[in-house]
Design a protein around this ligand. Sequence first.
Ligand code: ASP
Length: 345
Amino acid sequence: MSSTKRPRILMIYTGGTIGMIENPDTRALEPFDFDHLIDNVPKIKMLDFEIDNVQFSRPVDSSAMNTSHWSDIAHVIEDNYDGYEGFVVLHGTDTMAYTASALSFMLENLDKPVIITGSQLPIGEVRTDGEENLITALQVAAAKDLDGAPIVREVAILFENYLWRGNRSTKHSADQFNAFKSNNYPELARVGLGIYYNKEALWRRQVPGSLKVHYGMDPNVIYLDLFPGIQESTVKHMLATPGLRGVILKTFGAGNGPNDPWFIQALKEAIDKGVVIVNVTQCSNGCVHQQRYLTGLGLAQIGVVSGQDLTSEAAITKLMHLFGKGYSPDEVRRYMEYCICGEMC
Ligand code: ASP
């Protein structure tokens, strides 16, 4: 049988628990190198795939990820796009949903699977979840439909029993094997005895075009997370952050916040200066409806943008992406309410 028929998958190892080992002195988990990881999954050789790998020169705990790491991953995908049917990114779980969201915006016209996975226990441990996650991610990255086209054509997170849309996912558990959830969008696939794809949920873009990577990500954005009793000095201090361009305002319920005049005035002054403020709910499920209550309406009236049902990870990376593309505040406001790649309702 010709080896050219075998699916070609590129694994990109960035770090995370999946490839960590315990430091004998401190007993803390630290990133290790990729050879160690592959040695611990001999079953990979049972897959009839051609698998190559690239690793970060310094694997990182994903808590140390920043926009340049996202560029590094995107570069590897762009440079190897034509040579592989799919990509598996091994990544720490802590910021996996941010990376998945960021990549979904950066990789315009993506037509191939970019499957991000990792594990809660290092792959060298007896009860590891890493082996199954890695094998299943490789199978998803290689999966084709009856026409020979990739089943998954988007950035997705594979973890334990589910495949989730990357920009709809969130890490919801620090210790369960099913560590990710997508509270506003159904699973792309359920993993059990087989891998059962939810065909209607898979992203299919409407506009033709070849892969275009947007490397610019502007990190001059913040979260402003509301709580009852938040102080005027705190809000004003945060909005006075030098270079600030965008704020993800995490509000109560359907998009409500305090209606104290100082609060509305502080937000309005920031908006008037060109800061884009986007309203997302602190609830894990549901959508912002700024017009439903007077407390939300006040925000809409001063120009706060509705983030609808965006996750906070997708909201902040979308802001970074839009400012990174060089859009004006008005354009960013407009595009924040427009679905780019399946991230909102
Ligand atoms: N701190 C680790 C990381 O995000 C946790 C993990 O991989 O599960 O890199």
